[in-house]
Write a protein that binds this ligand. Sequence first.
Ligand code: AQP
Length: 331
Amino acid sequence: MQRIFSGIQPSGIPQLGNYLGAIRNWVNLQADHECVFCLVDMHAITVWQEPAKLRSQTLTQAAILLAAGIDPQKHILFNQSAVSAHARLAWIFNCVSRLGWLNRMTQFKDKAGKDRENHSAGLYVYPNLMAADILAYKATRVPVGEDQKQHLELTNDIAQKFNHDYGVEFFPQVEALIPPAAARVMSLRDGTKKMSKSDPSAQSRIEMTDDADTIALKIRRAKTDTDTLPSEVEGLEGRPEAKNLVTIYAALADMSLAEVLAQHQGQGFGPFKQALTEVVVGAIAPIAQETQRLMQNEDHLVSVLRSGALRAQAIAEPIVTEAEKLVGFVK
Ligand code: AQP
């Protein structure tokens, strides 16, 4: 059985893009993989996080994952900082990875924007830590959204260079598992920007804890154009907001874009948004409700993460110790 590693940052409340790009896929992959799911709190602090919020967001995120169907008995769910192997391997990878490789990472450019000098060094070396997260478990498959593809290519470059430098086939190559539908969900306020849990505008995203009224309001306010829905997929080109709403509908209803358009062609956004609201509420509301229930018992959430961390450590510790020996550290 192949081992999967995947992470999500507790940098806010998970949003619909996290769900369609990652969480929903994780739930399905549990059937035929050994899964290690990680709340990557060390990644989250690459941009400033209020300590109390980071803690509560980590627990909320654990609750959302459990509510969405992650099974912490059969698989592993834990928070990254609880297993020191991640930080140790990341340091080695900081020394294997090349500045030229990191300079090409588009996520850093997107997140740092023009104000590059004022961002943390952690944000810059984020992809090296991500490579360490995956390779500390010698995971071979990584379910991610389309936006993370470049980081996985870098992970493979790091693995290859480590193996070459130390003259041993130690780390495997990893394969990205990118969900075919809704690989990228865009902001409700700007169809050219990805939906993000840390976007300053809560109106730009559907959060996994939103109730039906909040979802309806956000979709009603979502930016659109004044045209009706086209009959062909090509008609969505140059209409990013329209394409995004149709994409979300298609992903949640398990339909193709063409099938959604066949049902809704000629419709204005008023009625289409109502139909979309029903589909989104149908998928999100049960998860939000179960999350509320799980949030009542913080001790239980902490103990799920602790026991996950112990099991994660049992896998990662021997792998990272071996890597340290290969480097020449006295162990
Ligand atoms: N808009 C998206 N569409 C599809 N997939 C997405 N993912 C994130 N946003 C979208 C996928 O969710 C997984 C976990 O993401 P993450 O929390 O590790 O980091 P991120 O990609 O930076 O997500 P956010 O929501 O944009 O967080 P912030 O705002 O903190 O940067 C990943 O597999 C990602 O592909």
